[in-house]
Design a protein around this ligand. Structure first.
Ligand code: PLP
Length: 381
C-alpha cells in the first residue's frame, strides 16, 4: 500500500448503509432510507422507453437538454413567479446531491465559513470540508425545530461565504414560513453570502400550506442556487436526475465546474422528464398523495406511546420516544431493529453540534401494507 492522507478522515460508511445492512440482517421492516417502495407512473416509464428508442443515447448538452430546461423554467415561473432563463440560469444535474456538491466546489475556498442549519442532510458537511471550508452548525430549536433568528444573526461573520438551508426539511418534516423567508432575506441583505437552498421536497407540502421557495423572494433570488430533485418528485430516486437554478453570474461559475465534474446527465431520462413535466398535474398533486400516506401512518399509531407533531412536508415523520425510554437515539434505533424488526433513522446522525433529543425519523413513502405492519410494531412498544 502507498501512503495516503485521507481528505475525509472522519467519514466512514454512512448511517443509511449501516442501518440498511442491519435491517436486512434482522429481516426488519425498513422505514429508514428516504425512497418509495413503489414505481414511477407507467406513463413516465413509457416516455423513457420511447426516448431510448428515439435515439437519445449520446451526450446531452452540458447544461441539460434544452426541452427540460425550458420545462423547469416554466414550472418555476408558474409556481414561484420568478423567470430563470433556460439558456443561462438552469443546469440539469446528477441528482440534487451533485448540484449541492458542485455548488460548494464552485464557491467555497479554504477557511470560508458555511452556516449549516441542523439537523442537516448528510452530504453538506463532507463537501464543505473537501474544499477547505469551515462548517458552522446552527441548530433548529425546541421539539418543533424552529429557527432562532437572533442566533442565526450571531452565527454570521465576515468569513461567512454561504448558508445552506433546506425546506421542506429532512429529517424533521418542518417547512419554513413566509416570515422565516423574510427574516432570512432581511438578514442576508447587503452581505456577500450565497444561499444554497435545498428544495428537493418542494412539491411535498401538506395541509394546504405553500412551499416557500427562495425563488419567491427577489433579494434571495439574486444570491441563491436552488436545488431540486426529480427523484423525489417522480418516485425515481434511482435515476439520479435533478437540477439547480440561479442568476446568470452564479450559474456561469457553477457550469465551469459542472462541465468537468459530470459534463452532462443521462440524456433519455431528461427527454422523458421534459415531456412529462408538460402536465402540471404530475407534480401539483404530490402533496395530497403523500399527505394521505402520512395520515394513514399517524392514524394507525395514534394510541401508541410515541408522541408526534404531524409532518408539514417531505415524506418523513419524526416520532418522539421520550415516554418510552431515556436511551440515546442511536441505541434505541438499533434495539428497534434487533428486537422489534423495524428500521428508522436516529436524528442525531444529522447533527455535528450538540444534540440529545429523543426522536427517530420514519419514511412513510411506502405502500399501505408496509405502513400498517410498521404501525402494529410501533403500537406494541
Ligand atoms: C434534503 C435532501 N437534499 C438532497 C437530497 C439528494 O437528492 P438526490 O437523490 O436527487 O441526489 C436528498 C435525498 O435524500 C435530501 O433528502
Amino acid at each position: 500500500m502507498i501512503e495516503i492522507t485521507s481528505k475525509l478522515p472522519h467519514v466512514g460508511t454512512t448511517i443509511f448503509t449501516t442501518i440498511n445492512q442491519l435491517a436486512r440482517a434482522h429481516n426488519a421492516i425498513n422505514l429508514s432510507q428516504g425512497f418509495p417502495n413503489f414505481d414511477p407512473d407507467p406513463e413516465l416509464l413509457e416516455l423513457v422507453s420511447e426516448a431510448f428508442k428515439k435515439g437519445h443515447n449520446q451526450y446531452a448538452p452540458m447544461q441539460g437538454a434544452l426541452s427540460l430546461r425550458e420545462a423547469i423554467s416554466e414550472k418555476i415561473e408558474r409556481l414561484y413567479g420568478n423567470y430563470y432563463h433556460p439558456e443561462s440560469e438552469i443546469t440539469v444535474t446528477a441528482g440534487a446531491t451533485q448540484a449541492i456538491f458542485t455548488t460548494i466546489a464552485t464557491f467555497i475556498r479554504p477557511k470560508d465559513e458555511v452556516i449549516v442549519i441542523e439537523p442537516a442532510f448528510d452530504c453538506y458537511y463532507p463537501a464543505i470540508s473537501l474544499f477547505g471550508g469551515k462548517s458552522i452548525p446552527l441548530p433548529l430549536e425546541g421539539n418543533d425545530f424552529k429557527m432562532n433568528w437572533s442566533a442565526f444573526k450571531s452565527a454570521l461573520s465576515p468569513k461567512t461565504k454561504m448558508v445552506i438551508f433546506n425546506t421542506p426539511h429532512n429529517p424533521t418534516g418542518t417547512i419554513w414560513s413566509e416570515n422565516d423567508m423574510l427574516q432570512l432575506q432581511d438578514i442576508l441583505r447587503g452581505t456577500n453570502i450565497i444561499l444554497l437552498s435545498d428544495e428537493v421536497y418542494e412539491h411535498i407540502v401538506f395541509d394546504g400550506e405553500p412551499h416557500e421557495s427562495a425563488a419567491k423572494y427577489p433579494d434571495l433570488v439574486a444570491r441563491s442556487v436552488i436545488c431540486s430533485s426529480f427523484g423525489k418528485t417522480f418516485h425515481a430516486t434511482g435515476w439520479k436526475v435533478g437540477y439547480c437554478v440561479g442568476p446568470k453570474y452564479l450559474m456561469e461559475e457553477f457550469q465551469k465546474v459542472h462541465q468537468f465534474n459530470v459534463f452532462s446527465v443521462n440524456h433519455a431520462m431528461q427527454i422523458a422528464l421534459a415531456e412529462y413535466l408538460k402536465d402540471p398535474q404530475h407534480y401539483v398533486n404530490l402533496g395530497g398523495f403523500y399527505q394521505e400516506k402520512r395520515d394513514v401512518f399517524l392514524n394507525a399509531i395514534r394510541s401508541s406511546r410515541f408522541k408526534m407533531i404531524p409532518s408539514e412536508g417531505t415524506y418523513f415523520q419524526l416520532l418522539d420516544y421520550s415516554d418510552i425510554t431515556d436511551e440515546k437515539d442511536t441505541v434505541f434505533a438499533e434495539r428497534l431493529i434487533k428486537e422489534h424488526k423495524l428500521a428508522s433513522i436516529p436524528v442525531s446522525v444529522f447533527c455535528k453540534g450538540d444534540y440529545d433529543k429523543k426522536f427517530l425519523r420514519f419514511c412513510f413513502a411506502k405502500t399501505d401494507d408496509v405502513l400498517e405492519k410498521a404501525s402494529e410494531i410501533l403500537n406494541s412498544i
